[in-house]
Ligand binder design. Structure first.
Ligand code: KG4
Ligand code: ZN
Length: 313
């Protein structure tokens, strides 16, 4: 079964064709991130106009790469939540129009859960159920217990009370005058620095996260230490964000006696985070996807959409 996935929740317009939920046949993504960079964050009006202009050529390119005609598509899956409303509406409206044109059904997919689907694509050793899922994206940091892809089997264990991990990196980069998105810029500079400073980060007994205090501590640090090297600041700040994510995820795995962990979302592209997980997880198997599937893309939407159809039929 060919599922055509559509993703427009933020600043990436992406369309993909995935066969039987696991084989990626064609993917095309067009990002407006460079335009947002000059504003230091995503501007919803610009993102949605970009989606409007890009969605048709991106869809045609994905089909060409997959080597199929649009009438060979069996099902359509589209991100319906969460995301920027004007951006989501472009993808949803396009999906509805396409569904009518080719006379095939469409299904809505949750973008956060789809991030956990990434290591199931083109992977000969995919994760097995049940697993603890950590989603770390620009707008969300959330821990799930996932027993199957059925909605009632996906249980939220904890979430960011304020800023998400990606947001904490993006805002820190903005404070340091480094540009947007901050995560990859901080990662690059951190690789040339030392973990010299101890930034405090909330760590409660529950499985929730809070990164806004950390961001404030960076602000005060910068006021008091104008001479500190940016590479060392990035290394120290990145360390505390990533260590908090790893410790909380492993706490959840121990609490629920689960030995499989899936990490998804843009921040999971971070190599320091991957290394720390491997170092700190003793008897726990950690799954990441290829870097190109960590960031927003439609392959994860098509893949998870396939399972939603299986549930309906
Ligand atoms: O999942 P995603 O592409 O979009 C959302 O759904 O939000 O995540 C974007 C976030 C941004 O905050 C960006 O700074 C962060 O992922 N990010 C990274 C890296 N690449 C992207 N953070 C740390 N290290 C990276 N290499
Ligand atoms: Zn995302």
């Amino acid at each position: 079964m060919y599922v055509l996935g559509i993703e427009t929740s933020c600043d990436e317009t992406s369309v993909a064709v995935v066969e039987d939920g696991v084989r990626l046949k064609g993917l095309s993504t067009s990002s407006s991130a460079e335009i947002h960079a000059s504003y230091g964050g995503v501007i919803p009006e610009i993102a949605s106009r970009w989606h409007l202009e890009s969605i048709l050529p991106v869809c045609e390119k994905a089909l060409t790469r997959a080597g199929i005609d649009v009438f060979e598509v069996d099902r359509i899956a589209v991100t319906t939540e969460p995301g920027l409303l004007p951006s989501l509406l472009v993808g949803i409206s396009f999906a509805q129009g396409l569904a009518i044109a080719i006379n095939k059904p469409f299904v809505g997919v949750n973008h956060l859960i789809a991030h956990l689907y990434a290591p199931f694509i083109d992977n000969p050793n995919p994760p097995s159920f049940p697993f603890i899922g950590l989603v770390v994206s620009g707008g969300h940091t959330q821990l799930f217990l996932v027993k199957s892809w059925r909605k009632e089997d996906i249980i939220c264990l904890g979430l960011a009370r304020d800023d998400a991990a990606g947001e904490a990196l993006d805002k820190a980069a903005k404070m340091l005058g480094l540009g947007y998105p901050g995560g990859p810029i901080i990662e690059k500079l951190a690789s040339k620095g030392e973990i010299k400073y101890r930034f405090p980060c909330y760590y409660g007994d529950d499985l929730d996260f809070s990164f806004s205090g950390l961001k404030t501590s960076l602000l005060y640090f910068l006021q008091k230490n104008p001479e500190a090297k940016v590479e060392d600041i990035c290394a120290s700040y990145q360390h505390v964000v990533m260590e908090t994510l790893v410790r909380k995820t492993l706490d959840a795995a121990r609490k629920y006696k689960i030995s499989e962990v899936v990490v998804g979302g843009g921040v999971s592209a971070n190599k320091y985070l991957r290394g720390l997980f491997r170092e700190m997880a003793k008897n726990i198997h950690i799954h990441f996807s290829d870097i190109h599937l960590c960031l927003d893309n439609a392959a994860i939407i098509a893949g998870l959409g396939f399972h939603h159809y299986l549930e309906l039929t």
